[in-house]
Design a protein around this ligand. Structure first.
Ligand code: NAD
Length: 267
């Protein structure tokens, strides 16, 4: 039996990077998958959906800006119409708008907080409402529902030049823990994944030249950058009954980036 057989997963921002890998891996584990993208060219989302369907999975595309309440509600309604319910939410959509503090505009601050933090709240709220409406289905999962928040090592590591991003991920940490505390009695599990440096479009400049990669690797004790599949495997585990007693925790998937590697030889 596949680990997510018959369950339905919404993965926000899943036309590229980590979200795409999570969508493909969850579909391979038997989940019906909603490939969400924020607008513009639907080409990449359609590619992800086609790849899943070609491998025998079930996927649909859904355009929705996670920071827009009406879009999020419409995405959940469309998912329920197509697949009957939602069992798993992966709150993955996120972006960076980097700037030194003294130059950061309110627009840069608002965009990052709206997508990375408010977007996670809006999607989690709709997911919890749907889990409660649908009720327990013991043949599918021991939990009423699972929410996985894509956080970052920057929920704990300060990041100069990225105060909006670090604040959003620090916010995700307590959003996740507070939701987990509130929803555990209902058998809804809420956890985060804290990726380290994963090779995706969000951070290309950090790894796409030998010099950049060499500098990046000084921050990673395990000696390699991460791949989207590293995160996808963790997401499948957190969504499956194998992690049934796990809630309110951040699983760092970071090759040891949060181990303060600078202290390996100093301090
Ligand atoms: P990515 O740019 O490939 O993926 C981000 C996705 O979010 C894109 O598909 C984008 O279209 C989508 N998105 C942006 N705004 C949206 C909106 N308003 N509504 C819906 N979707 C929207 O980068 P990624 O690295 O795959 O990032 C995925 C998540 O992982 C993000 O939350 C990011 O903060 C987090 N993360 C990434 C890394 C890394 O090293 N790549 C490290 C830590 C955390």
């Amino acid at each position: 039996m596949k680990r997510l057989e018959g369950q339905t997963a919404i993965i926000t921002g899943s036309s590229s990077g980590i979200g795409k890998a999570v969508a493909i891996e969850m579909a391979a584990e038997g989940a019906n998958v909603v490939v969400n993208y924020p607008g513009g060219d639907p080409g990449l989302a359609n590619d992800t959906m086609a790849k899943i369907n070609a491998e025998g999975g079930k996927a649909m595309c859904c355009k929705a800006d996670v920071s827009n309440e009406a879009d999020v509600q419409a995405m959940f309604a469309e998912t329920v119409k197509n697949f009957g319910t939602v069992d798993i939410l992966v709150n993955n959509a996120g972006l960076q708008k980097d700037s030194r503090l003294v130059d950061m505009t309110v627009a840069q601050w608002d965009l990052v907080l709206n997508v990375n933090l408010k977007g996670q709240f809006l999607c989690a709220r709709e997911a919890a409402k749907e889990f409660i409406r649908r009720g327990m289905v013991p043949s599918r999962s021991k939990a009423l529902g699972k929410i996985i928040c894509m956080s970052s090592v920057h929920e704990v590591i300060p990041w100069a030049g990225h105060v909006n991003y670090a604040a959003s991920k620090g916010g995700v940490m307590l959003l996740m823990k507070s939701m987990a505390q509130e929803l555990a009695p209902l058998k809804i599990r809420v956890n985060s994944i804290g990726p380290g440096a994963i090779e995706t479009p969000i951070n290309t400049s950090a790894w796409d030249t030998p010099e950049a990669l060499k500098s990046l690797l000084t921050l990673i004790p395990y000696g390699r950058a991460g791949k989207p599949i590293d995160i996808a495997k963790a997401a499948v585990w957190l969504a499956s009954d194998e992690s049934d007693y796990v809630t309110g925790t951040t699983l760092f998937v970071d090759g040891g980036m949060t181990l303060y590697p600078g202290f390996a030889t100093g301090g």
